[in-house]
Design a protein around this ligand. Structure first.
Ligand code: ADP
Ligand code: MG
Length: 396
C-alpha cells in the first residue's frame, strides 16, 4: 500500500485529497471540529511539500443537489484558521468555479471544493454515472490521496472510483486508523473488553457477531440495551426496542455463554416519563422498568459496574453512548465509561461519530484515550471483518 512518501516529488503537482470534514453544525457554527483537526496533518504535509492541494469532502446528507445548509463554507473558515493560511473555496464540485480555483493555485496552496454530495454522481449506485463524475474529478488533479477514513466503507466517486483513475496513496489519517484497528483484531492484548451503546442494535449486529469470537467481555448500554433486556424477558416500559431483533439477540446471548464471553448488562437504568430534556429522571432496577417509563441512560450502579469491568482490561473498544448524553440528566453513564477508559492501562479506542463527540463535549482530554476514531461506520465494518472498498482500491 502506497503512502504519501511513496508519491515522489509533489512540488507543483495537483493533489486531490478526499478528507472527512463532516462535522456537526448548529446553523453555521461548528459544534465539534474534531474531524477538521484530524484532517489537518495530511493537508499540511502535502502543502509543505509544495503540492497544489485540492480537498474534497461531504457534509450531511444532501440529495445530490446544492442545499445551503450543507455548504462546506463554515468548514473552509475553520480550516483556514487551523492551517494558518487562506484556504480557497470553490462554490461547485467540478464546475467552472472548481476549475478556476484549481487553476489559480500556487505551489503549497490549499483549496476546498463545495460539498461533493451536491453532485448526484458521488453516491450514485450506477457505475457509469459515478464513473463519469469521477472522470471530472480526476481531471482536476495529477494524484489522489485517500484520507477520509469516515467514508472508506463507501463505494463512492471521490472515495473509490477516482482512485482507479489517478496514481494514488493512503493518507496519514487512514493509515493511523487502520493500524489501530488492526491491533483490535490481530492478537489483541487481554482482557479485551468491548463497550457498545448508541441508538440502534441493528446497526451494530455485525460487529457484535464478530466480536463475540474475539472479545472477553461485552458491555452493553445505550438504547440497544433494551432489546437485550427484553430478550432476557424483562419489562422495558416505553424504552426504545427493536422487536424484530430480539431473537437475534437471544442467539448472541447463547453464543456468548457457550464461548465464555462475559456479557455485562446494566443493573439499574435512569428512566423518565417521556423523551424530553425536562422530564424528571428516576433510577430503577434494570429488571423492573415501570410501565409508561422509558430508559434514557444506564444508572449509577451500572456506571460503577462497567468501570470495574474495564479496570483491568488491556484492550478496550467503545462505540456508542450509554445514554442520551446530549442532555445533562442522562449523561452520567457515558461520562462514567469515558472516565473508566481514561484510567485503563492499555489500548483504548473510541469509535463512532457521536461517541467521539460525547468524549469531547463532556470535557475529556482527547489525549487521555489511545485513539479516537474519526469513522463510526467504517471502524465498525472493519471490525466486522468486511472489506472496505475505499481501502481495497488503494492496494493496486
Ligand atoms: P455513534 O455515532 O457513536 O456510533 P450512535 O449513532 O449509534 O452512536 O448513537 C448515538 C445516539 O444514541 C445519541 O444521539 C444518543 O442520544 C442516543 N441514545 C443513547 N442511549 C439512548 C437511549 N436510551 N434512548 C434513546 N437514545 C439513546
Ligand atoms: Mg451516530
Amino acid at each position: 500500500m502506497k503512502t504519501i512518501d511513496d508519491l515522489g516529488d509533489l512540488r507543483g503537482k495537483r493533489v486531490l485529497v478526499r478528507s472527512d470534514l463532516n462535522v456537526p453544525l448548529d446553523g453555521t457554527t461548528i459544534t465539534d471540529d474534531g474531524r477538521i483537526r484530524a484532517s489537518v496533518p495530511t493537508i499540511k504535509k502535502l502543502s509543505d511539500a509544495g503540492a497544489k492541494v485540492v480537498v474534497v469532502a461531504h457534509l450531511g446528507r444532501p440529495k445530490g443537489a446544492p442545499e445551503e445548509k450543507y455548504s462546506l463554507r463554515p468548514v473552509v473558515a475553520r480550516m483556514s484558521e487551523l492551517l494558518g493560511t487562506d484556504v480557497a473555496f470553490a462554490t461547485d464540485t467540478v464546475g467552472d468555479s472548481a476549475k478556476a480555483v484549481v487553476a489559480g493555485l500556487a505551489d503549497g496552496d490549499v483549496a476546498i471544493l463545495e460539498n461533493i454530495r451536491f453532485n448526484p454522481g458521488e453516491t450514485s449506485k450506477d457505475e457509469a454515472e459515478r464513473g463519469a463524475f469521477a472522470d471530472e474529478l480526476a481531471a482536476l488533479a495529477d494524484v489522489f490521496v485517500s484520507d477520509g477514513f469516515g467514508v472508506v466503507h463507501r463505494k463512492q466517486a471521490s472515495v473509490y472510483d477516482v482512485a482507479k483513475r489517478l496514481p494514488h496513496a493512503m493518507g496519514g489519517l487512514v493509515l493511523a486508523e487502520v493500524e489501530v484497528l488492526k491491533r483490535l483484531t490481530v492478537d489483541p492484548a487481554r482482557p479485551y473488553a468491548v463497550v457498545l451503546g448508541g441508538s440502534k442494535v441493528s446497526d451494530k449486529l455485525g460487529v457484535i457477531d464478530n466480536l463475540i469470537g474475539k472479545a472477553d467481555r461485552l458491555l452493553i448500554g445505550g438504547a440497544m440495551v433494551f432489546t437485550f433486556l427484553a430478550a432476557q424477558g424483562n419489562p422495558i416500559g416505553t424504552s426504545r426496542v427493536e422487536a424484530d431483533q430480539i431473537d437475534v439477540v437471544k442467539g448472541y446471548l447463547a453464543t456468548a455463554a457457550e464461548r465464555g464471553v462475559e456479557v455485562v448488562l446494566p443493573v439499574d437504568i435512569v428512566v423518565a416519563a417521556e423523551f424530553s430534556q425536562d422530564a424528571a429522571p428516576e433510577v430503577v432496577a434494570a429488571d423492573a422498568i415501570p410501565d409508561g417509563k422509558m430508559g434514557l441512560d444506564i444508572g449509577p450502579e451500572s456506571g460503577k459496574l462497567f468501570a470495574a469491568k474495564l479496570a483491568d482490561a488491556k484492550t478496550v473498544f467503545w462505540n456508542g453512548p450509554m445514554g442520551v448524553f446530549e442532555w445533562e440528566a442522562y449523561s452520567a453513564g457515558t461520562r462514567a465509561v469515558a472516565q473508566a477508559l481514561t484510567e485503563v492501562d492499555g489500548l483504548t479506542v473510541v469509535g463512532g461519530g457521536d461517541s467521539a463527540a460525547a468524549v469531547r463535549t463532556l470535557g475529556f482530554d482527547e489525549r487521555a484515550f489511545g485513539h479516537i476514531s474519526t469513522g463510526g461506520g467504517a471502524s465498525l465494518e472493519y471490525l466486522e471483518g468486511k472489506t472496505l472498498p475505499g481501502i481495497d482500491v488503494l492496494e493496486d
